[in-house]
Ligand binder design. Structure first.
Ligand SMILES: [Zn+2]
Length: 602
């Protein structure tokens, strides 16, 4: 049983949480029959195999086997242990957990502390922006650029004062330890002694994770100079901040992205802010210039189309192309919006308005089309060297084509540009495919390692599923089955838990049963059993007969192995001339043989 939180509180959280709504915060779901389906967030796939049952409040992925209830989802999604996942859901559903009864594992406890400190820091920076002399200059700058007060508050923009220990002193007064501040990436230890603030004299952009916690910060200097350091500075990697797997603005844009099934990826924080304020609410920014594969995956859960709107002068980053090709290979339509030379979405929207920007997005070109154009500009196709380079850069994109039709289309186009035979290009493509695509994400090719499985026998799985259909069937199982027939101790525990629930609860629920177990393997086993489509909604009579059959088979297996053991024992006694003992075993064997398969145990 999950330690630390009283069961009635877990129960209350469970009752107040709708799994469909919760999953919907991470990915888009579509109705299919009784269930909702979507692209699995735990493995890479092109067609949805992630299924949520609104009725059972359980999810199950037929691709990778991930499964469970709302608690398991949060544990896996947010990488939290049970108590912290419970706390996460409690906050979301407005349930109060008595603080002192929570015992968190050390790492989760530290995460929680970092989030709290980050939140404090964000408030500190916001205060400095609005209430200090230095900050007021920055605030005026923002307002003059047309960023409205309510937008500044929504994005929680702030200002880090230019002195060395402004935040450090403040946080220390608030009781934060220097060690925690370092772990949160907010201060650094000085060379000799003491600590200094990481962000100084910068406009601050808090970076929220998908669940709305401040995970890290971006800081931008307003007056560039030698002393002021790099123009942009982000938080370092911390326990809660991983630059490559977060997108700026996603916490706000997520809903609109899912509604439109389209996301716009920009480069800068201010691009996203200006767009949002102008009513373009499906924009996010990668934290750095390149779009990582992980960020692409984050978008893929929610959008069918991703449009990039990068600054015209930096659109050539190799890493970005790699990220986009991976995104496209995962089945997402990737398009490139072209901005005029020297402008970015921020300046473009401010100068021309959101409608003009939307036109650019409408006119965006498919990734491949754009790439062909670019390569043609870059290489001299009249020279051999130019043509070789052209093919070299083009191939990975052809390999990442959405489908065969698209691939053929661009293959033809490229062969026309180059004036070479289509067959020759196709040959080159095939050769490379044999060697393996450069753009395949190696990580995704490994089997999803986290989903460990318990090897329950089919009869055992049937029993779990059937007994969870009603108390009556659970009781029947209890009368017929001897827990000893079940080999695996974990499966046995599940069966016993069903029996105990069938005595105390008015209605049996797999969702509730799951909360008695912390092992993901057990959760998977239960979910798999109850979402087995072959065993859904059976007439009571049929279900009862199946229980009887399953018990019979389990009994037979158990009996056979028991007889084998007894035989070995008996022969052992006989060999040693211990006839009396051998006789006793013999009688035991006979009594076992005389029992019919599936005879009630008690
Ligand atoms: Zn999956």
């Amino acid at each position: 049983m999950p330690q630390g939180i009283p069961e009635e509180i877990i129960d209350e959280i469970r009752q107040r949480t709708d799994l469909v709504g919760l999953v919907g915060e991470y990915l888009k779901l579509e109705r299919r029959g009784k269930n909702m389906v979507g692209l699995c967030p735990f493995h890479s796939e092109k067609t949805p195999s992630f299924s949520v049952s609104p009725e059972k409040q359980l999810f199950h992925c037929f691709g990778c086997g991930a499964s469970g209830n709302a608690f398991s989802l949060i544990m896996q999604m947010e990488k939290l242990a049970f108590p912290e996942a419970a706390r996460f859901l409690a906050r979301r559903s407005g349930v109060n957990i008595p603080e002192r009864r929570l015992i968190l594992p050390a790492e989760d406890d530290l995460k929680e502390k970092i989030y709290k400190l980050n939140h404090l820091a964000a408030r500190f920076y916001a205060y400095c922006l609005h209430k200090t002399e230095q900050g007021k200059g920055v605030l005026d700058y923002l307002l003059n650029r047309g960023i409205r007060q309510e937008t500044i508050e929504l994005f929680m923009l702030g200002y880090a004062p230019a002195d060395w220990t402004g935040f450090f002193n403040f946080a220390q007064k608030k009781g934060a330890s220097p060690d925690l501040m370092v772990k949160a990436g907010l201060v650094s230890p000085g060379r000799d002694k003491g600590y200094y603030d990481r962000f100084r004299g910068r406009l601050i952009f808090p970076i929220f994770n998908i669940s709305g916690n401040v995970a890290g910060f971006g800081g931008r200097v307003l007056e560039e100079g030698e002393k002021s350091g790099p123009k942009y500075l982000n938080s370092p990697e911390t326990l809660v901040f991983d630059k490559g797997s977060m997108l700026y603005g996603l916490n706000l844009a997520r809903e609109e992205i899912r509604r439109e099934k389209k996301a716009i990826v920009m480069e800068g924080y201010t691009d996203v802010i200006t767009a949002f304020q102008a009513g373009i609410k499906n924009a996010v920014a990668s934290l750095g210039t390149a779009l990582s594969a992980e960020q692409g995956r984050l978008l893929r859960y929610q959008a069918d189309t991703v449009v990039t709107a990068y600054d015209s002068d930096s659109a050539g980053e190799a890493a970005t192309w790699r990220g986009l090709a991976i995104l496209q290979a995962s089945g997402c339509l990737v398009q490139i919006a072209e901005l005029p030379e020297g402008s970015d979405p921020d300046s473009y929207i401010r100068e021309n308005g959101p409608e003009a920007f939307n036109v650019l997005v409408e006119k965006s070109k498919p990734l491949m089309e754009y790439r062909l154009q670019q390569l043609k500009k870059r290489f001299d196709l009249a020279s051999d060297k130019g043509r070789i380079n052209y093919i070299e850069e083009l191939m990975p994109f052809l390999m990442a084509a959405v489908n065969q039709v698209e691939q053929n289309f661009y293959l033809k186009r490229a062969s026309e540009e180059l004036g070479v035979d289509e067959e020759a290009l196709l040959g080159e493509l095939k050769k490379r495919r044999r060697k393996g695509s450069r753009y395949k994400e190696t990580k995704k090719n490994e089997p999803p390692a986290e989903q460990k499985k318990i090897n329950a026998r089919p009869e055992e799985k049937n029993l779990l599923s059937l007994m969870l259909q009603s108390k009556e069937i659970a009781q029947l199982g209890r009368n017929l089955l001897n827990a000893e027939y079940i080999d695996d101790p974990q499966v046995r525990k599940v069966v016993e838990a069903i029996w105990s629930l069938s005595e105390t609860e008015t209605v049996l629920s797999a969702e509730k049963l799951i909360n008695r177990f912390e092992d993901q393997e057990v959760v998977n086993l239960i979910t798999e059993a109850v979402t087995d489509p072959a065993l859904q909604d059976l007439p009571v009579k049929t279900a009862k007969r199946m229980v009887e059959d399953s018990v019979k088979r389990l009994h037979k297996v158990w009996k056979d192995s028991k007889l084998k053991d007894l035989k070995i024992k008996r022969e052992n006694f006989e060999a040693r001339g211990l006839h009396e003992q051998a006789m006793e075993i013999y009688l035991e064997e006979q009594s076992l043989i005389s029992k019919k398969d599936g005879d009630p145990y008690r």
